[in-house]
Design a binder for this molecule. Sequence first.
Ligand code: PDD
Length: 301
Amino acid sequence: MTIPTGKILACVNGVIGPAENATVSVLDRGHVFGDGIYEVVRVDKGRLHGIDRHWRRLDRSLRALQIANLDLDLLRSQLDATLKASGHTDAMVYLQVTRGTAPRAHAFPSDTPPNTLILVQHFGDDKAHLRQTGAGVITHPDLRWARCDIKSINLLGSVLAAEAAKRAGCVEAVLIKEDGVVTECAHSSLFAVVDGIIRTHPLDPRILPGITREIVLQIAADMAIPCRQKALRSEELGSVAELFLTSTTAKVLPLVTLDGKPVGDGKPGPITCKLRDGFEAWERADRLKTPSVAGLNSGEL
Ligand code: PDD
């Protein structure tokens, strides 16, 4: 079976069915408190892209929030079963774990099992053309909390920034802290090129440890492109030579306008293009090494 494009398949605590019929309790702590974590994983020609890295980050987020008693092997088999049931060989997967269902009280409930949610939908790669032409971004205050390294489902700061970007006709918002530090984007990691050197915020609680970020830093090192993990300041943004973002769904996306003004010469920069193409090559090589999910073989490599 392949579910139609545009339809979403859900797996709630192990029960698979159409997302429009799936329900969770109103007392789910994710619903009431945003007390949960998530991952977004891409399925690339039947293979779960970077799944080991996503799984490590999921585990790290769970530990950070002290959500215990989750059988990660069971979750993994439910993920494979949901993917198989969807039939999609190119898919976007949303995985969510909340602290479970309990009467509303802020402190943790005792002996409540976590609730899990897996959503699978076709991945149409709608940013493919923008990876060639480049895209626009705006700047926006970083209103998020002090533990952005945890992939928490509390996303209001990101939601407001993403909406501002959308209204400005842009793909993303570059987030700036009150002290002038540029952190990352609403739902992607941010990189600049300054004096031939790649610059990105260091890993600390102000940013998410992006998986695409990690891979791109490795590719840059392999290409001997110098890199400094040192945050940019807002006043530096206007004079960077190149700007790009990375994420599971956008891959390496050149940014050519910032608040309506051109970045560099207004075209995707040479280092950005090298990394964009290097990432695609890395993905192809990774596909050859990664077995496809059982029952999900597109026949393509
Ligand atoms: N966003 N920074 C933030 C704040 C993010 O939310 C994301 C991912 C990233 C990129 O991480 P990765 O390379 O691991 O996808 C950086 C996902 C895709 C989302 O929320 O939909």
